[in-house]
Every structure is written in C-alpha cells, then in structure tokens.
Design a protein around this ligand. Structure first.
Ligand code: RB5
Length: 144
C-alpha cells in the first residue's frame, strides 16, 4: 500500500501518478489534498508520513510545487526518510543507500513523464543493506 500526499501545487501531477499506479495495479491510499484550491502542504505531508511510519503503508509519494516543503514536513515524522528526487539516479540511490520510505517530487520542477519514471525507479529498487544499514541506523538513532 502506497501513501499519497500533495498540496494544490502537486495536485495535477498526483492525478497522473494515481492513473499510473492504477495501470500498474498498485494499491494506494490518497491522503489529499483533493483539489487545486490553495492549502497547506504540511497537513498532507504529515498525514501520508504517519501512514508510512505506522506501517499502514509500505512507501509514500509526496508532491508539492517544489517537493521541498512537503519533504521537510514528512521528515519531521519519526521513522520517515523522505527523499526529494528530480532524476532517476537519485531515486535509485536513495532506495539502495538510504532505504528512503517516501519519495517527494516538485510538480513545478519536473514534467509528468520524468516523474512517472522516478516513481517506477523508486518503487522497483531495493535497499542494499550492509554498510548502508549502519548509516541508516545512525540516522534513526538521532530520533531517540
Ligand atoms: C505552494 O505555493 C508552494 O509553496 C508549495 O507547493 C511548495 O513548493 C512548498 O515547498
């Protein structure tokens, strides 16, 4: 189950992402926002992040205008490693090295075609573990 969260700046791209996930037969829970009316990205970043942190969802995808605000908000939730990506290499490496559990993107930064490739890369790539697990554990220890 994939948690989705966006603000008004990310709303249109999130509809493309949902259609893509539907086509792939991947389940998601949409925590909003549900229109292009102006809203506050921390609200939706927090809702989606809490669903990932609780284990209700395995991964999360976040979109706002830049991807910056919503990723900052999500990363305030304990257990969340939200990675802002604008390219497939970063999406691959943040899964392999950081075990990122949420992907954030900026709808005013990248186009829909690239965004969907980044989503695919993020969802298809596993964590390398090994020395990277030690480093991720050090990040988690900062939350204690
Ligand atoms: C909304 O105008 C915009 O500030 C928001 O989508 C995001 O880019 C914030 O980081």
């Amino acid at each position: 189950m994939i948690a989705l969260g966006c603000d008004h700046g990310g709303y249109k791209l999130m509809q493309e992402i949902k259609a893509h996930l539907d086509a792939l037969g991947l389940e998601y829970r949409d925590f909003g926002t549900y229109s292009e009316d102006s809203c506050d990205y921390p609200v939706y970043g927090k809702l989606a992040a809490e669903a990932v942190a609780s284990g209700e969802c395995d991964r999360g995808i976040l979109v706002c205008g830049t991807g910056i605000g919503i990723s900052i908000a999500a990363n305030k939730v304990k257990g969340i490693r939200a990675a802002l990506c604008s390219d497939c290499f970063s999406a691959e490496m943040t899964r392999r090295h950081n075990n990122a559990n949420m992907l954030a993107m900026g709808a005013r930064v990248i186009g829909g075609g690239l965004a969907l490739k980044i989503v695919d890369t993020f969802l298809q790539t596993g964590f390398d573990g090994g020395r990277h697990a030690r480093r991720v554990d050090l990040i988690s220890a900062m939350e204690e």
